[in-house]
Each structure stands twice: as structure tokens, then as C-alpha cells.
Ligand binder design. Structure first.
Ligand code: SF4
Length: 415
């Protein structure tokens, strides 16, 4: 019997080999997925769809009408989130932003946005996860801990699996290296190849690596034995197919991306290195690509009568800090939880519409809450994996929750 595999939208890996058992549109058993994926799939499909205005139950039409009225009356509404939305929903959100002259942003403006932008602009060499499984012999995890954030990455795509040119799999044919401020779960797997650096010590470590790659003695002020650094530089030099997975830890530590550009340039003079950002949400990469295709920018834009402005002042953080936005439509995100309290509190002064598959701190403080289907579990569509590969999916179960796509279309029509 042919097996029916599903896609997990629990993180940016979009694993496409998930088997599920469900009854009466409730997911009971999930096979192959990690603990994050199991929880993600099992939490869908429970309960009735909720539409709340001022925390009181209303029907869908009333919630849509109220949402449209908030957006219509706003001078500069903010549309934020969309990291777990399908490509199809994201494209409608961009159209909506254009129509209402909104500021549009996602979490990448304070996470991996600059790096993703450089990759979309072909300024850095990248590859797919399939290339890594088939060919990679040196894998670096820098400022990231996929064992916690993307639990199946090492087993499915990078260190442990066999690939077409890597028949013996891990240890014998691959070297995994972790560079981090703490001994994470991933660092423990990397064993001797864990390099602990102090917070903000990444630029100096990059300099030392570049020195080692250039035949000089690599030194750091935090006393890494030069011999160990030289050994690392030699492993990188000898790589036939290397990859650096870059996490927020590295990006937050660098003042700009120049040291990383320089390292990649030198690495590719000596060997063959690729870079992949450790994108967390299942479709942040899609948001960045879809917005870039439309505007030439990956985030932090403001639409104004057919023109588009871009800059940090149009990011969620700066626009809330400066109180330049006077309403917010939040889709699949919880800014009240994830933003610093001093900035997030300004959201409490403006009307907020929360469109989300689950209740969040933001939804609880919203004027309007529209409870939607979980993308990938209850609603189909497509998303872009962390390595830029498009993945399409069908819903796993049926639901009476409307999809984000349907809700955004209805809000557009009601404007
Ligand atoms: Fe889902 Fe990510 Fe776990 Fe894969 S690694 S099963 S995509 S949560």
C-alpha cells in the first residue's frame, strides 16, 4: 500500500516524510516527526473556531467587519508576522499592505534578515539540504543549536545520514564543528570540535580563522590554543564540500556582515564552502523571498500610494518604539511575547487584530481575534524551506477553522 506522507510546518526544515494517524479530524499519532513536530501537529484541530471582539464571542462576519474598520481608519497600520503563513497568504498580505498604505515587517528584521537578503541577492554561496546530505564533509554550526531548534536536522540532512557521495555517514566521512558561547546539545555531539567563545567574541574568532587559513599563527585574546585553531583552519581548508549554518548567536554578535563575507571569500579561495541561515519559522524564508520579489527588500517596508519605502524606521521594533503606527494586524505571531517589554507595551495603546491558529499573549490583548487553521496541518499551500527549496503541502485533517488566506481575502473585500 502506498504511504501518504505529510509535511511538518513545525520549523524551517519542513520535513516531508511525516506519517500521521487521525480520527474525526484530530491528529492522534505522528510518526517520524521530532517532539516539536509531534506537538505542533497534535495541537491542531481541537476546539471550535473563535472570533472575538473585545474578548467577547462574535460571528465571523462581525470580526471581519471590525478588523476592516480598524485598518480603514488607521493612518499608518502595521502588518506583522507571517513567518508561519503559506506563500499564498503572504502574497495576499503584501497586496493588503499596498492597498491600505501599511508598514509591513516580520521577525527577520531583528533576526537573520541581513543574511537572508545577502543570499537572495546572490552575494554568498549557498546550497540545498539535499546537497549537504549527499556531499558535505565539513559542517559548521555557528551560534545555533539545531538539536533544540530544528531537532531532525543532524539526523535527516547533515551529520548522521548517508548520502549519494557519503555512504558511511557520520564521523568517518563528516566532521561536525560547533562554535558557540555555551556547550549546547549540538556542541556536545561535535565533541572535540566544539569551540567555546565569549559573547561578542565571534569577529575575533573569524579573524583568527582567517589568519590560520592564510598560513599565519591564529591568536585570540581569550586564549584558544593556536594549535587547535590551526587544526580547525586545516580541516576547513581540506573540505571538499563545506557548509556553515549561521544562527542568531553569530548575527547578534557581529556589528555587520563584513567579517562573514571575508571569511566566506577566503574559504572559497582555499576550498568549497556554502552558507545556510538557521531560519526558525517554517516560512520566514518565503516571506523574505515574496517581499523581495515584489519590492526589492526582504522586510521593513512602508507602502505609500504606489511607492515603497524601506529602512530600519519601518521595522516592527522602530515603528512601535517611535509610535509611528496606529493599528496592527498581527498574523501568526506574538509580538507582545517576543519583543522587549519597553517596545511591546506600545502595542497596548493601539487597536490590534490578531489572526492566529492559537491563543497568544497578543491575541488576549487584541481588539479583534480571529482563530484560524494551522498552516500545513489544517490548511494547504506552499512554503520555502530554510535552504530556499519550495515545499507544497495538503492539509492533514479537515477543519471548520478558516485559513489565514481566506480571512485576509475577506478583510480585503470588506475594506
Ligand atoms: Fe517538524 Fe522541524 Fe521537527 Fe522536522 S525538525 S519534524 S519540520 S519540527
Amino acid at each position: 500500500m502506498e504511504k501518504n506522507y505529510h509535511v511538518c510546518t513545525g520549523c524551517g526544515l519542513l520535513c516531508d516524510d511525516i506519517e500521521v494517524e487521525s480520527e474525526k479530524n484530530i491528529v492522534n499519532k505522528v510518526y517520524t516527526a521530532c517532539r516539536v513536530g509531534v506537538a505542533h501537529m497534535k495541537e491542531a484541530g481541537r476546539g471550535e473556531a473563535d472570533f472575538l471582539v473585545d474578548n467577547k464571542p462574535v460571528d465571523e462576519a462581525t470580526a471581519i467587519r471590525e478588523a476592516a474598520s480598524i485598518l480603514k481608519n488607521a493612518r499608518n497600520p502595521l502588518i506583522f508576522g507571517l513567518g508561519t503563513s503559506t506563500n499564498e497568504t503572504q502574497k495576499i498580505a503584501i497586496e493588503l499592505a499596498k492597498k491600505i498604505n501599511a508598514t509591513l515587517d516580520d521577525t527577520s528584521s531583528f533576526c537573520l534578515g541581513p543574511l537572508v537578503e545577502a543570499l537572495i541577492q546572490d552575494k554568498l554561496k549557498t546550497c540545498t539540504l539535499d546537497d549537504i546530505r549527499n556531499k558535505a564533509d565539513v559542517i559548521i554550526y555557528w551560534g545555533t543549536d539545531p538539536s533544540d531548534s530544528h531537532p531532525r536536522q543532524l539526523s535527516k540532512h547533515t551529520y548522521f545520514p548517508r548520502g549519494s557521495e557519503k555512504q558511511r555517514g557520520w564521523e568517518e566521512e563528516r566532521t561536525a564543528i560547533a562554535i558557540d558561547v555555551r556547550k549546547s546539545h549540538t556542541a556536545k555531539i561535535c565533541g572535540n570540535y566544539f569551540f567555546q567563545i565569549p559573547p561578542k567574541g565571534d569577529a575575533e574568532f573569524i579573524d583568527a580563522l582567517i589568519a590560520g587559513l592564510s598560513g599565519k599563527l591564529p591568536k585570540t585574546s581569550y586564549n584558544h590554543p593556536p594549535k587547535k585553531l590551526l587544526e580547525l583552519a586545516n580541516i576547513l581548508k581540506g573540505a571538499k564540500f563545506g557548509v556553515i549554518f549561521v544562527g542568531r548567536g553569530l548575527i547578534y554578535s557581529l556589528e555587520n556582515l563584513e567579517p562573514l563575507f571575508k571569511l566566506m571569500e577566503i574559504l572559497n579561495e582555499k576550498s568549497n564552502f556554502h552558507l545556510i541561515p538557521m531560519v526558525g519559522n517554517c516560512n520566514t524564508m518565503g516571506f523574505n523571498k515574496n517581499l523581495f520579489a515584489e519590492t526589492g527588500y526582504v522586510n521593513s517596508v512602508k507602502f505609500e500610494n504606489g511607492t515603497v519605502k524601506h529602512g530600519p524606521e519601518h521595522s516592527v521594533v522602530e515603528s512601535l518604539k517611535a509610535k509611528t503606527v496606529d493599528a496592527a494586524l498581527v498574523i501568526g505571531s506574538d509580538p507582545l511575547l517576543i519583543l522587549p517589554g519597553s517596545i511591546a507595551k506600545n502595542m497596548l495603546e493601539i487597536p490590534v487584530i490578531s489572526v492566529d491558529h492559537c491563543e497568544t499573549l497578543t491575541s488576549k490583548h487584541s481588539k479583534v481575534y480571529i482563530n484560524t487553521a494551522t498552516s500545513g496541518v489544517e490548511a494547504g499551500g506552499s512554503a520555502i524551506r530554510m535552504d530556499g527549496v519550495k515545499v507544497s503541502f495538503e492539509p492533514v485533517i479537515e477543519t471548520n477553522h478558516p485559513s489565514e488566506e481566506v480571512i485576509l481575502k475577506k478583510i480585503m473585500e470588506a475594506l
